[in-house]
Design a protein around this ligand. Structure first.
Ligand code: 13P
Length: 251
């Protein structure tokens, strides 16, 4: 039995006042929700205030990225231990925006995942193909490469703290959600690959969430797919009402 995860990636939105308003509204809208792991990923500068407001809430707080070194001369970077210090339990790693805009390679993603796990964080590890790659029939090859390298040298115990996020790049922020069948097909492929790399037990326990234009009106159909265990939500996580509606999906 995999516990569903619904995570909101706020990207480069929400300064302190708006961020606090959002989590306050969200907390009251979902206070009766049980059996769903809820995560919000604000920007670094508001992690502390958001976490303080959520101190007695089951809503978890995530960083949107982290560096692999714990400390050193790395101007502008944030370490896994700093995220823990700010009250984070989760971190997003390998988001396609980081891969595309900030030259993040599969090898860098692997170093970050390894360091985040060592610090005790749960990792939301993002993978997904571009439109060009999908149209060229390379979707599975891309997922295979990203996952093999991203999870390189991890142990089955490490995998207990990894959540895979399948985010087809063409579906992010475009309003073009993958069809339920496309999501299921990719998730089943990922689960099979993880079974091969680790074991069927690890693969069965792994949560695989879908990301890319998830909205209140498409979450139920996505969640009905057997290998879809939750969602990583961008735009629709920026208002409490729509994010709460997604959290309240009916399986
Ligand atoms: P949208 O939900 O805005 O398409 O963003 C998805 C995403 O990138 C979540 O990480």
């Amino acid at each position: 039995m995999r516990i569903p995860v619904i995570a909101g990636n706020w990207k480069l939105y929400k300064k302190t006042a708006e961020a606090l308003q959002l989590v306050q509204d969200l907390s009251s809208l979902v206070k009766d929700v049980k059996g769903v792991e809820i995560v919000v990923a604000p920007s670094f500068t508001v992690l502390g205030p958001v976490r303080s407001l959520l101190f007695d809430s089951p809503i978890a707080v995530a960083g949107q990225d982290c560096f692999w070194a714990e400390e050193g001369a790395y101007t502008g970077e944030v370490s896994p231990g700093m995220l823990v210090d700010a009250g984070c339990s989760h971190v997003i790693i390998g988001h396609s925006e980081r891969r595309q805009l900030f030259a993040e390679t599969d090898e860098k993603v692997n170093k970050k995942i390894t360091a985040a796990l060592r610090a005790g964080l749960t990792v939301l590890f993002c993978v997904g193909e571009t439109l060009h790659e999908r149209e060229a029939g390379e979707t599975f090859a891309v997922l295979d490469r990203q996952i093999r390298t991203g999870l390189n040298n991890l142990s089955p115990v490490d995998m207990e703290k990894v959540i895979l996020a399948y985010e087809p790049v063409w579906a992010i922020g475009t309003g073009k959600t993958a069809t339920d069948e496309q999501a299921q097909e990719a998730h089943a492929f990922i689960r099979q690959l993880v079974a091969e790399l680790f074991s069927s037990g690890v693969a069965d326990a792994l949560r695989i969430v879908y990301g890319g234009s998830v909205k209140p009106d498409n979450i139920t159909a996505l969640m009905a797919q057997p290998d879809v265990d939750g969602a990583l939500v961008g735009g629709a996580s920026l208002t409490a009402e729509s994010f709460a509606a997604i959290i309240r999906f009916q399986k």
